[in-house]
Design a protein around this ligand. Structure first.
Ligand SMILES: [Fe+2]
Length: 329
């Protein structure tokens, strides 16, 4: 019988490539309330818990997320993922020691994932017991990992199949909504007790990708509601572009706001999403409307709208990269 690795994988780190390191430091420390360390490799490394690095911003031209690091429980889980990928024609290679140090892990293995994101697998993070100096009182990580990512896809069927066949992802629920005049379907996937580690967004009808960056947003979960409201006020005070005001999602019930990062993708800072504790009792629901209340869009000025429409049209001419070969070998 195929080994089930559900519950054995969680988001561990995110690596960003940017030319705006000073802006990122200010955004992370003064806005989000993260702990920042200067590093020997010239990157800005943010901490939020005992892991020595969670969000790493490396100098480079992409102005985008470069890699998602997935922490797996043990060597057996790593092996299961590697052999599934191998059976679908995906090559997995080990990263070099210097790259592992940059990511704050002992060793890691990588492959090219959906949308050409570098997907990286690791077992052991490097830990840092020195005190955290940050404005946020704490972040919820643990078994559910550091948060979730939301990604737009023109090929959501392949994307879903990737998560289900390689990571044993389970569908938590679905939401449909019209945003800025365009119909969207969202699918929320959980890899562990966190309601979702991945959300897939797809346009209805013509499948377009209006988002320049590989992810739409990265979610981080603050420890308290006060942490979220204080960060919201700090971000506004700093003049950062708020993408959505504070609001609540109907499915995970998280209270959150969205702010644009210096690299263009958004950070959702939230509090208190539900945890799926009883897998047997979970029912897949379908909701209408991405938010119960709030989440008022603030960044949809005319220029942004035109840019997104242009990107959506251009995306129709390109095929989205999907890592798995069509038929299992
Ligand atoms: Fe989210």
């Amino acid at each position: 019988m195929k080994q089930d690795i559900f519950g054995r994988v969680r988001l561990g780190y995110v690596l960003v490539e940017s030319q705006r390191l000073d802006a990122w430091r200010r955004f992370g420390v003064d806005g989000l309330g993260l702990h920042a360390d200067a590093t020997a490799d010239g990157a800005v490394a943010f901490r939020m818990d005992a892991h020595s690095r969670r969000l790493i911003v490396l100098e480079g031209p992409a102005e985008d997320v470069a890699a998602l690091g997935w922490q797996v429980d043990d060597a057996a889980t790593l092996q299961a993922i590697r052999s599934r990928l191998g059976a679908r024609g995906v090559e997995v290679t080990e990263g070099d020691p210097e790259a592992a140090r940059l990511r704050g892990v002992e060793r890691f293995w990588r492959f090219t994932g959906p949308k050409r994101l570098s997907f990286e697998l690791f077992i052991s993070p490097l830990l840092d017991s020195s005190p955290l100096r940050m404005a946020t009182s704490g972040f919820a990580t643990g078994a559910g990992g550091m948060g979730h990512v939301a990604i737009t896809s023109r090929d959501p069927e392949s994307f879903l199949e990737f998560w289900q066949s390689i990571f044993d992802a389970r569908v938590s629920d679905r939401i449909e909504d019209r945003l800025d005049g365009i119909g969207f379907d969202f699918t929320f996937l959980r890899l562990n007790e966190r309601h979702h580690s991945v959300a897939i967004a797809a346009t209805r009808g013509l499948r377009m990708d209006p988002i320049r960056t590989r992810i739409h947003h990265l979610n981080l979960q603050a420890a308290t509601l006060d942490d979220v409201t204080a960060a919201y006020l700090r971000c506004r005070e700093l003049g950062l572009r708020i993408a959505n005001t504070i609001g609540q999602h109907p499915n995970d019930r998280e209270l959150s706001f969205y702010v644009e990062s210096p690299s263009g993708f958004e950070i959702e800072l939230g509090w208190n999403p539900i945890v799926v504790q009883d897998e047997q009792a979970w029912q897949i629901a379908r909701y209408r409307g991405i938010s119960l209340w709030g989440h008022q869009p603030m960044n949809l000025d005319a220029v942004t709208r035109i840019r997104r429409a242009g990107r959506g049209l251009v995306s129709l001419t390109r095929r989205e990269f999907a890592p798995l070969s069509r038929t299992p070998r």
